[in-house]
Design a binder for this molecule. Sequence first.
Ligand code: SAM
Length: 289
Amino acid sequence: MINVCDINVMKPLLAEHGFHFSKAKGQNFLTQKWVPESIAQDAGVDKTAGVLEIGPGIGPLTQQLCLRAGKVCAVELDKRLAPILEKTVGEFDNLEIIWDDVLNQDVPGLIREKFAGLRPMACANLPYYITSPILTALLEADCFDSVTVMVQKEVAVRIAAKPGSEDYSAFTVFCQYYAEPKLLFDVPAHCFLPQPKVTSAVIQLNVRKERNWDIADEKIFFRLVRASFAQRRKKLSNGLASGFPELGKTGAAEVIEAAGFDANVRGETLSIPEFARIANEIARRKNND
Ligand code: SAM
């Protein structure tokens, strides 16, 4: 197996195929073998796993996944990588490459079709320009045991943030609604070619088997979460009045108090069950209207 992370192997290989990195496609390739090894290892990939990889690039993580998994399905946008991947991962018969934009995929359908009888997982060194849409699609697909990805460190910290902290955001609540995050390790910029301007981190999202949130209406819940963070540092009643104009200022304050909170509470301090209480109060009012 070619060590694609070895810079003395990678550079001639890329040159041989006239390959130039595309910044627009978020191409930063790994140059340290310990990184893809650790991702595959820490993700718990084994023969029972069917792994969806996003953006195999020239295949450093793909190799490590194929060595461990029952099956790997890798979705790559850049067709110029085809002859290179043929050399680096062509030997694996448990690998299928789909040449397309991952955001065009029907993820649940793909998982059903490709991974019957296997434990579905997602693993990737993500293209950073579309981190949020990809994670949103993977979590909403609701078909993975876990999602283990490398992202910008500040995104990883945001995903794992606790209520009341500076990094806690609507995206935190979205991710934690579906999964329990675990920060695995940092990856410094010098581990990539070309080097990104930011530090990266690997985060594991263990998808919750049961979501005991007691949420009457998911749409209202997520609308409330977005409204709460849209006006950070202001009282929740302000965000609520703008996000749900039908409540009006008085209605917004009444909802908050009826759910058992102080009228001055700020949205960024609320946990998921606490958001759920307020969302359920909004839903109850709407049903009574
Ligand atoms: N896995 C390789 C590695 O770790 O060295 C490459 C990671 S690089 C950060 C991101 C990869 O995602 C690139 O190969 C890029 O071409 C691919 N990519 C970018 N946008 C994509 C999209 N919308 N769908 C699928 N792949 C995409």
